[in-house]
Design a protein around this ligand. Structure first.
Ligand code: HEM
Length: 466
């Protein structure tokens, strides 16, 4: 699949990758990277092209940019470009024996257990849960006031995730206990932990306590379901019924670990993409009017959100896709090079940390027309800019580690945005927020307060029990 150093050597000598200028002694490009990684790497692409190297401290990095380079990156075998080698900091969070703690084939088998939970019949049920949670939250707000938008999206997506992924028991009976432990576990992600995940500091001790607590909550629920012989339509039940190829059932700890994995992968990322898309729609009144018109046309008769109608909300979906393009929540994906590789005649040495950056690649002028502009119509026929190549939009990754929850994420964002824009008008007092590169998921600098006011006409989307 990918060229090895030897095979390319046969056709001519390999060249060293171009190096981005401006590195400091010892620190390399660390200062610029900490300040604004996207501007730094965009400069690298402008100066050096689709593949270049740079240094952060003693580590060597390489950035692959543009659809062809993404294709090479995402097609590489796992023993060439390894995600597992880079994501070891997740092991104390997700748990031993799951995800990046096990061989890539076992991780793939474990994540594969979740596919039945993403089937159409389940998605139909989640759509109802998403609508119920979004409406209940919206109905709890005053007539008008101020909200911190990322916190609101965070709250709604935690409720949806705990209800549909883990089950109604967590949502209704252990809601605050679970939310507190989940919050503590999220706080366990820090820069030190990236390099030394097990170093005994206070943040890591409370991270480990929180994980234990979450496992206990999940085990309690699983015990009860087994005792009572009850069966639900959620991710937890799907994992309880799954079997490895050798017929073995998953242990409670493995089930908890996989549920924590999907929660971490999907909850905060969805909240952040929802936040950015709302912010962009707030400053594009014409497009927002079309989004609202679409909602009115689809739901004015029944007021009931359902999967069939959600699938027809293309105007809204294009806005979310444009949010993904301009503000990908994960701005960098990383793999470690385990075998010598070559791309376009350049040698990529073992040990290099190979990256793609959705944030850099989504603003390439030769791929997207007028790339700085929020223009959801670029996805509608006839333009279909994202269809020119299968790796133009990479906000949900690609290849073997591509996001398995993309359809779930888009569905929930459609529901949340449809409900919020159906009920409220939003406005800023300040200018459009800047990205906060200090967080592992890139949202706006917080607090990100906006004004809301209930719309004068009655809401179209009804609050229904799921
Ligand atoms: C807007 C929301 C989301 C964004 C932007 C997003 C983005 C991504 C990206 C970029 C990757 C690839 C990471 C890499 O290559 O290193 C990924 C992987 C993953 N995502 Fe998502 N995701 C979102 C929502 C979700 C949801 C809702 C779920 C689950 C229901 C989910 C589950 C996963 C899992 C399990 C993986 C790991 C797949 C693997 O490594 O094989 N994600 N996601």
């Amino acid at each position: 699949m990918s060229q090895t150093a030897e095979s390319v050597n046969g056709t001519g000598p390999l060249m060293a990758m171009p190096t981005m200028s401006g590195g400091w002694p010892l620190l390399g490009h660390l200062p610029g990277f900490l300040k604004d990684p996207v501007s730094l790497l965009t400069r690298g692409w402008n100066d050096e092209g689709d593949l270049f190297r740079f240094k952060i401290g003693l580590s060597n990095f390489a950035l692959f940019t543009g659809p062809e380079a993404h294709d090479f990156y995402f097609r590489a075998a796992q023993d060439e470009l390894s995600a597992k080698a880079c994501y070891q900091f997740t092991v104390p969070i997700f748990g031993k024996g799951v995800a990046y703690d096990v061989a890539p084939e076992v991780m793939a088998e474990q994540l594969g257990f979740l596919f039945p939970a993403l089937r159409e019949s389940s998605m139909r049920k989640y759509a109802k849960i998403m609508n119920q949670e979004a409406c209940l939250y919206a109905d709890s707000l005053d007539e008008e006031g101020q909200i911190d938008l990322p916190s609101v999206l965070n709250e709604i997506t935690v409720r949806i995730a705990s209800h549909s992924l883990i089950g109604k028991e967590v949502r209704h009976e252990a809601s605050s206990e679970f939310a507190a432990a989940y919050h503590e576990l999220q706080n366990g992600i820090n820069v030190l932990g990236f390099f030394f995940p097990n170093v005994p500091i206070a943040a890591h001790r409370s991270r480990d306590r929180a994980r234990q607590q979450i496992t206990e909550i999940f085990s309690r629920i699983m015990d009860r379901r087994r005792r009572e012989g009850s069966s639900e339509q959620d991710f937890m039940q799907t994992l309880m019924e799954a079997r490895y190829k050798d017929g073995r059932a998953l242990t409670d700890d493995e089930i908890s670990g996989l549920l924590i994995t999907v929660l971490f992968a999907g909850q905060h990322t969805s909240a952040i993409l929802g936040t950015w898309t709302i912010l962009e729609l707030m400053r594009d009144a014409d497009y927002l009017a079309r989004v609202r018109e679409e909602t009115e046309e689809l739901y004015s008769e029944t007021g009931c959100v359902d999967l069939a109608n959600l699938k027809q909300q293309n105007t809204l979906e294009y806005a979310i896709r444009e949010g993904e393009r301009l503000h990908p929540p994960l701005i960098l994906l990383v793999r470690k090079v385990l075998k010598p590789m070559a791309y376009n005649g350049y040698e990529i040495p073992v040990g290099t940390l190979a990256m793609v950056s959705p944030a850099v690649s989504h603003r390439l002028e030769h791929v997207f027309a007028d790339p700085e502009r929020f223009n959801p119509d670029r996805y509608a026929p006839p333009a279909r800019e994202d269809k020119q190549h299968h790796y133009t939009l990479i906000g949900f990754g690609g290849g073997k580690h591509r996001c398995m929850g993309k359809a779930f994420a888009i569905l929930q964002l459609k529901v949340i945005l449809a409900v919020l824009f159906d009920r409220f008008d939003f406005s800023f007092d300040s200018s459009f927020p800047l990205p906060n590169y200090r967080s592992w998921v890139t949202g706006p600098v917080e607090p990100c307060r906006i004004n809301y006011k209930r719309r004068s006409r009655p809401a179209i989307l009804k609050t229904e029990a799921a």
